[in-house]
Design a protein around this ligand. Sequence first.
Ligand code: UTP
Length: 408
Amino acid sequence: MNKNQAEEFLKEIHQQHILQYFDELGDDSKEALLSQIENTDFSVIDIKKDNSPSKAGTIEPLGAMKLEEINQNKEKYREIGLNAIRQSKVGAVLLAGGQGTRLGFDKPKGMFNIGVNVELPIFKRLILNLMEVVDEAGCYVPLFIMTSEKNHDDTVSFFKENDFFGYDKEYVRFFVQDMSPSVDYNGKVYMEAKDRISLSPNGNGGWYSSLMNNEETSDALKKFGIEWLNVFAVDNVLQRMADPVFVGATIDSGCVSGAKVVKKANPDEKVGAMCKKDGHPYIIEYYEMSDELKAQKDESGEPAYNYGVILNYLFRTDELQKIVDLEFPVHVVEKKIPYMNESGEYIKPEEPNGYKFEGLILDMIMMLKDCLVFEVEREREFAPVKNKEGVDSVVSARELLRKNGVEI
Ligand code: UTP
């Protein structure tokens, strides 16, 4: 793409300001900016469009497999799960491409030290959890770590410097997720520098396409013969990955996906709840719930939409392959976006100043035909680190780690 072509294209999409400083740039910077314009997907940045799944549709409860039932069949499920793991049919996918803006830590979130008296970076904590499965199964679980362009080098170096926290590195692969532009409240694309558009990770929904578009990771999936992928967030420090009981229960249920859930702390808790929409599994956001839905009870007298997702899903890979090329909803999310101001200074805002465009993993569930809703004990498996303090924070996560007897 040359300058004229770029000008024409940007005029069409009302983003001519991207070339504002073009003439004062050196040749390399000119070329870099033109190539960035050519390679960026601007089709997502219509802030009026928000094509997140339509709120219309028939919402119904989706029964969960509750703790009592799980405990009764635990050994059977564990055996099924361990068998699958031993045949290397199960891979783990760590979503670590986010920017953790709420935590305000400028390194990858997994490098955050959740320890107090001991050094315990979140990555180490997660690997130690996964090692428990490795010890039980007697074999390693292939682990795929999704990073973004923003944190890839730091993440990979950190794992190398720490000798993969004792995990066998032959079983670890990294892959980088795609990026998308961010805009201000008027829909104008933010610039990061005179020769660079501000790009940010395109949400956790793009994990499967990014995994498959990367030759090394897609080959590894084939080489290991992986049939199930357990996908989870970096920021739950009590996260249990490739949990044999969860894997076994999902396989035994015949469902093509599974979601770990916890009983909601209260009907207004800000977590998405599992339900059915128009016959498909669906995650209804807390703000989408009417008072009527909140009040509805199931046959045992419990609230009918009582199970919140904790970003720990299991997917059958052949089913993911069927939906990977479909158009995914794009969510418009208000965030703090670092940018270059009128005077050319780089600003890191304290408050949200625009929108990012993200695909979300929860939309994948909706595209599948069924999902096993699998209850886990909140106190044992859910300690998210989203904020510095308050709800879902470093402080609450440390407290939960202590309660679980983890040395921190
Ligand atoms: P969050 O939705 O909490 O986003 O991510 P975030 O970017 O980490 O944090 P905030 O909202 O800016 O404070 C949930 C999980 O999805 C991953 C995160 O790394 C985390 O494990 N994620 C999120 C990605 O891998 N890529 C993304 O583009 C966004």
